[in-house]
Write a protein that binds this ligand. Structure first.
Ligand SMILES: NC(=O)c1ccc[n+]([C@@H]2O[C@H](COP(=O)([O-])OP(=O)(O)OC[C@H]3O[C@@H](n4cnc5c(N)ncnc54)[C@H](OP(=O)(O)O)[C@@H]3O)[C@@H](O)[C@H]2O)c1
Length: 235
C-alpha cells in the first residue's frame, strides 16, 4: 500500500492528482491549509486529510507527526503554490515587483518545498520506494524564458518564474543528496485553475497527468529530472 501526501490538494491540480492517485490505489492525504476545504475534498474522493500550511514551520511539523503516527509516507507531492497576481488577475510586471512581493511568493513556492520535504524526510527514508514530485512550471526553464519568440519569453513577471527556477535547483540538489529516493520536477502545462484566473488552455485532467505519472515512478525510474508530459525539458 502506497501512502501519498499532496500539499494544496483541496482544489486545482492537487485535487485532480489526488483523485487519480486514489483511483490508482494510493492512500492519499489531501494537504490543505484550511480544515473545512480539506475535509470536503477528502470526503469527495474517499481520501484522508491533514492540515498543512507550507509557510508555517509549526503546521508542517504537526502534519509530519500526524502522518507518521498513522503509518508514514511513501510519496510526497509538493504542489501548493501561488503566483502572486494582482487583485484584478493581472501578472505583476517585473518593473513593479518588490522584494516583499518576491518573498511572499518564495515563502510558499520555494521555502515551502524545502520545509515540507525536510519535515517528511525521516518518514520517506523508512519507505521502501520513496518518491518526491515537485510541481514546477515551464517558466522555471532558464533556456525557455530566455528564448525570444516563445510564450515563456513573453511572460512579464519576475517572482513566480524565479521561484520555480529555484524549485528546479532544489530538485537537483535533493536528488543528489538522497539517492535512495526519486525526486523530480514537473511542468503541468498552462492549466485553467484559480492560480491564473482560469486563463489556462488545459483542463486539470490534462495538467495533472505528468504529476500522477511521476508520483508513480518506481525505484529504477529517473531522479533529478525536469519533465512535462512529452518527456525531459531543458533547464
Ligand atoms: N495552473 C497552471 O497553469 C500551472 C502551470 C504550471 C505550474 N503550476 C503549479 O501547479 C501547482 C498547483 O497550482 P494550481 O494551478 O492547481 O492552483 P490553485 O488551484 O490555485 O491551487 C493552489 C493550491 O495551493 C494551496 N496553497 C497556496 N498557498 C498555500 C500554503 N501556504 N499552504 C498550503 N497550501 C497552499 C491552495 O490552497 P487554498 O485553497 O487554501 O488557497 C490550493 O490548494 C502550483 O505549484 C503551481 O505553481 C500551475
Amino acid at each position: 500500500m502506497t501512502t501519498t501526501l499532496i500539499t494544496g490538494a483541496n482544489k486545482g491540480l492537487g485535487l485532480e492528482t489526488a483523485r487519480r492517485l486514489v483511483a490508482a490505489g494510493h492512500t492519499v492525504y489531501i494537504g490543505s491549509r484550511d480544515a473545512g476545504r480539506g475535509r470536503r475534498a477528502a470526503e469527495e474522493l474517499g481520501a484522508r486529510t491533514v492540515l498543512i500550511d507550507v509557510t508555517d514551520e509549526a503546521s508542517v511539523t504537526a502534519a509530519a507527526k500526524v502522518v507518521e503516527a498513522e503509518g508514514g509516507l511513501d510519496v510526497l507531492v509538493n504542489n501548493a503554490g501561488v503566483e502572486g497576481r494582482l487583485p484584478d488577475g493581472g501578472v505583476v510586471g517585473t518593473a513593479d515587483t518588490t522584494g516583499d512581493m518576491t518573498r511572499t511568493v518564495f515563502e510558499t513556492n520555494v521555502f515551502g518545498v524545502v520545509r515540507v520535504t525536510h519535515a517528511f524526510l525521516p518518514s520517506l527514508r523508512r519507505s521502501s520506494a520513496p518518491v518526491v514530485v515537485n510541481v514546477s512550471s515551464g517558466l522555471a526553464s532558464l533556456s525557455g524564458v530566455a528564448t525570444p519568440g516563445t510564450p515563456l519569453y513573453a511572460y512579464p513577471g519576475l517572482a513566480y518564474p524565479a521561484s520555480k527556477a529555484a524549485v528546479n535547483m532544489i530538485t537537483v540538489q535533493f536528488a543528489k543528496a538522497f539517492p535512495w529516493m526519486r525526486v523530480n520536477a514537473v511542468e503541468p502545462g498552462y492549466t485553467a485553475t484559480d492560480l491564473n484566473g482560469r486563463t489556462g488552455h488545459q483542463t486539470v485532467e490534462e495538467g495533472a497527468e505528468i504529476i500522477v505519472r511521476m508520483a508513480q515512478v518506481g525505484p529504477e525510474g529517473p531522479t533529478g529530472g525536469y519533465f512535462d508530459i512529452d518527456g525531459p525539458l531543458p533547464w
